[in-house]
Write a protein that binds this ligand. Sequence first.
Ligand code: ZN
Ligand code: ZN
Length: 388
Amino acid sequence: MNAVTQTTDSSRKAPVNVPAAVLFSVSTLLLLTVFPLYAWHYDFSSAAWILFFVFLYASGISITGGYHRLWSHRAYEARLPLKIFYMLFGAQALQNSILIWSSMHRVHHKNVDHPQADPYSIKRGFWYAHMGWMLRDQPCHALDFSNVKDLQRDPVVMFQHRHYLGLALGTNIGLPLLCGIAVGDPWGVLLVAGLLRLVVNHHFTFLINSAAHKWGRRPYTEENSARDNDLIALLTYGEGYHNYHHLFSWDYRNGIRWWHIDLTKWWIASWAFLGQASDLRRVPEFRIRRAMVERQFARAQARLAQAAPTKRLDTVKRLLEQEMEAFKVTIGEWTTLQTEKIEAARQQMVESVADHWEHSEARRRLQHLERTLQEQYARVRLLHLQAA
Ligand SMILES: [Zn+2]
Ligand SMILES: [Zn+2]
């Protein structure tokens, strides 16, 4: 019996996750029946549509900025009011408690693409990664909070975990109903900002586990299935730069360039500007460029290995070897620079040494090395294109 057959058999045997199956069936059925019937007979108010977008973005960003980047990856620190916002609107997103979500997400990063050990492995198909994984209690979904001990010490996380059902019902039914009564359109608001918003947000965020592991570019690593995709980033509040994220998961950004559509990055940076978020962690630019050049080398070498040998390809191969040598020199210089930085910090033993170092000659050398890698990336990319 091969691995695929075993996987299919084990998913058949796994018992149905009744609450999840009921939630997804009922919300989808209501959206396909009650929603169009109501829309046929009545007009939705403008307030209902405004609340739809407010709740859609509040619950979406609470998953990406809160559940994901704050709690699962500790990519930054947030003050209490922001945490409470994430906790409440994260419950409205109906994707389980912060504790359970983060625990599974950390397992996903650790075992990414493993057919059994990754809770939403794309290797079991698009549907399984998108939604199917939640419909059955797979062995890898057994709750084990040993990987979220840090979160168990967070009172906001534990409060939500203990009162999850009440918070989920209150934010999904109570809050839209109250807002609806306030604007004189209770049923309209409940259907648009409650039901439609819930289903849309579910599928938008589920795309991160399915589409962002299937379609798009892999500029940083090919060691896993995660992809960078601008369209998915647009729908997932910036989480579509998933190839970067799986390599550098502790960066508060997923889209690292200013033109990358990463709403969550801008959201976090705005709260940091207002003093509600701090310690935003960023991967050093040199390490990012290094990963990109290494990836480009691998692509060029793979193409060269497939091509029939010609005189022109021999030249490309030789140039590529020269680039590889130059790359080793750059990495060597960077390693020396890192050692010097550590040494300087140890000798001076002053708190401001890191800041001092940042503004010193060493910083200029680092920027030069970053530029060197940027230029080399362009050259190796050209060689890759010529290697066809
Ligand atoms: Zn992933
Ligand atoms: Zn992640």
